[in-house]
Design a protein around this ligand. Structure first.
Ligand code: PSV
Ligand code: MN
Length: 428
């Protein structure tokens, strides 16, 4: 027994001595972990004056909300495809969201869609979310799937249908009060398909009157975010086709109403970063629905088609954060419905892309950019953005993740975790 103890002590002293000697004398490449080593190299590659601690803090504070509907079976206009293991209930959706959060560390909130996530007791949803380390984020009313909504919801010519729509939104406000959600995220499928089908101005007034009722029901710390989309399911006009009209309504309603930008809801070629900048300047940027598009509302995973656009949007957001501080309160949400990719992996992929765009944007040399802009140095200005975009921020993100205690490579960790196979077996 005694000899065992002594052995342990000798081992300990030996380890300590060898250890400390080793650490002191070892060449750099053996002393530092691969993550630290890559981070050191990254640090050294940056120009002087970059406040990396501030950048790290911002990355750790980043919050991306994931949508419950991104974990369930979804489809195209032509068919809903089943994916083995796709979440079937709001509770399973929360479990998947918790897995994304476990891998990434920045997705505590989950958005709900009512009635897709309708339950009798929302407190149970709140409690289960809390158990999983999550909270409930935005509540999304569904005003597009009932028979009565064929000609619209809050813009419908019949006041009885408008009342039904308003009542449903008010039900969502009640749910917000139980879940503690601060955001009511409103997208309308309202519009017309043919010239002459309805009166544009009357529809506008119906919209304003209906939303006023909803606005008045919101508590002071709750917001309504108005989402616009220029087409689908209506193809002649939609009642909220663009950021201008959404913001017009939001301005009329008041400070608790803001605009929500969904990256898939603009005509091709629209300069979304410009819209973002103007909304920030007007104090009306309230939220984001991240996804990617090749044509329009394709609901592809974020950053998959045009990562440079995502970066340029983030450049405006970072500039907004710097200029407005806490006054800029944006709900960053993912809204994608990837049918062919495995759901949870696809969500993690998107979160990583968003983090990457943010990290790159945080490292834009904004002082140099301003000087280049002031002196009309167009080439220089563009190259400042390009340099930031081309920078490999993987070592920075790995180091930040290590400090946060999440996998340095979330997607790889998830793919090796066996979670997908496990839920496929359990859920079918
Ligand atoms: C509409 O295309 C939309 O972007 C809205 O945000 C909906 O609530 C969401 O998709 C879910 O289908
Ligand atoms: Mn959306």
């Amino acid at each position: 027994m005694q000899s065992e103890l002594w052995q342990e002590r000798i081992l300990f002293i030996g380890k300590y001595w060898v250890g400390s000697k080793c650490i002191r004398d070892l060449p750099d490449e053996r002393r530092v972990s691969p993550v630290d080593k890559a981070y050191e190299r990254f640090k050294n590659s940056l120009p002087d004056g970059v406040d990396l601690e501030k950048v790290r803090k911002k990355l750790m504070e980043q919050e991306i909300e994931t949508p419950s509907w991104g974990y369930a079976d979804s489809g195209t206009r032509f068919k809903v495809f089943h994916q083995p293991g796709a979440a079937r209930t709001v509770f399973e959706k929360l479990e998947d969201a918790a897995m994304v959060h476990k891998m990434t560390g920045i997705t505590t909130k989950v958005a709900l869609h009512i009635p897709w996530d309708k339950v009798d007791d929302y407190q149970k949803v709140v409690d289960y979310a809390r158990e999983l380390g999550l909270t409930i984020g935005a509540i999304n009313p569904n005003l597009f799937q009932d028979e009565e909504y064929k000609l619209g919801s809050v813009c419908h010519p019949d006041s009885a249908v408008r009342k039904k729509a308003i009542d449903h939104i008010l039900e969502c406000v009640e749910i917000m009060n139980i879940t503690g959600s601060k955001v009511l995220s409103l997208w309308l499928a309202d519009g017309t398909n043919y010239p002459g089908q309805d009166d544009f101005r009357e529809r506008k007034r119906r919209l304003e009157d209906s939303l006023q009722v909803v606005y008045d029901a919101l508590a002071d710390d709750q917001r309504i975010l108005i989402e616009y989309k220029f087409f689908e399911p209506a193809f002649y006009h939609t009642d909220l086709p663009d950021w201008g009209m959404a913001t017009l309504i939001a301005k009329k309603l008041g400070p608790k109403a803001q605009t929500l930008v969904d990256l898939g809801h603009h005509p091709l070629g629209t300069n979304i970063e410009h819209i973002v900048a103007i909304l920030i300047d007007e104090g009306k940027l309230g939220g984001f629905h991240f996804n990617s598009k090749k044509y329009a509302d394709d609901d592809l995973t974020t950053g998959s088609i045009n990562p440079y656009e995502l970066f340029l949007i983030y450049h405006e957001l970072v500039k907004g954060e710097e200029d407005c501080g806490d006054e800029l309160d944006v709900a960053y949400m993912i809204d994608q419905s990837h049918n062919v990719k495995p759901k949870v992996a696809a969500m993690i992929q998107s979160v990583e892309q968003i983090q990457m765009a943010y990290a790159k944007a945080l490292l834009v040399d904004r002082d140099a950019l301003r000087s280049a802009q002031q002196s009309g140095d167009i080439v220089g200005a563009e190259m400042i953005l390009r340099t930031a975009y081309d920078r490999d921020v993987t070592p920075l993100l790995a180091s930040v993740r290590e400090e946060m205690g999440v996998p340095v490579n979330p997607l790889e960790a998830y793919r090796n975790s066996g979670y997908g196979e496990k839920v496929a077996k359990e859920r079918g």
